[in-house]
Design a protein. Structure first.
Length: 221
């Protein structure tokens, strides 16, 4: 067991994710109702030269007191973690904006402009082992887009948006999952088209300043 409500300060939990090293990231809500993004790692007790499982170590990655977006009313979506232990998530801020961010217990990097009202809603980002992030989001102008941030900063690039041409029709919806971005910078996404088709496709992001989908995996009529 990593955490429960009976033996901790947690009131309830959201979704969790795990990497190959066994680090688990999860959305948690404390007894005072404050939300946070936490990482749990199973520790080993080396007493007397015998490796035994000890109580897990739980660290805070982000909460309303984080300097990157501190303020009342901050809440988070479901996080994800890569092989290096870097967490990615989205925070909804007290100023009404959102911030996609990456980081660990040592600090956070905001990957979108927290002072910009351009993005109005996002479910979650995806992160690869290089630290690139991808996410889908609603825009203030009513469009919905798929974005990537490849620089390690706050310069997201629009990959595909509603109204764009795709596979001989026009995009009406696009969505990116939590585990959608590969280390080779290939991004899988779900789309819906104006002609009624929907499907799953892959976009290659490597070496492109403007990215177009390069392979359609499945198409549902």
């Amino acid at each position: 067991m990593l955490a429960d409500t009976a033996n901790s300060n947690f009131r309830t939990f959201g979704d969790a994710a795990i990497n190959n090293s066994g680090a688990v990231v999860f959305l948690g809500f404390l007894k005072d109702f404050s939300p946070g993004v936490f990482v749990a790692k199973v520790a080993k007790d080396h007493t007397n030269g015998v490796d035994e499982t000890a109580a897990p170590i739980i660290t805070v990655v982000a909460d309303p007191s984080s300097p990157a977006f501190s303020g009342p009313g901050v809440f988070f979506e479901d996080p994800v973690i890569n092989a290096r232990g870097i967490v990615a998530d989205v925070a909804f801020l007290s100023n009404g904006n959102l911030a996609v961010f990456t980081g660990n217990s040592r600090g956070l990097i905001v990957r979108t402009d927290p002072n910009s009202p351009f993005l109005t809603n996002s479910e979650h980002p995806s992160i690869d082992n290089r630290g690139a992030v991808a996410f889908s989001a609603d825009e203030a102008n009513g469009a919905r887009g798929m974005f990537v941030e490849l620089t390690g900063g706050a310069s997201p690039l629009a990959v595909l948006q509603t109204g764009d041409p795709l596979f001989g029709s026009t995009v009406t919806s696009v969505s990116v999952g939590r585990f959608a971005l590969s280390d080779s910078l290939r991004l899988v996404f779900e789309y819906e088209l104006q002609d009624g088709r929907s499907g799953i496709a892959v976009a290659s992001l490597h070496g492109r300043s403007g990215v177009e989908p390069d392979r359609e995996i499945d198409d549902e009529q």
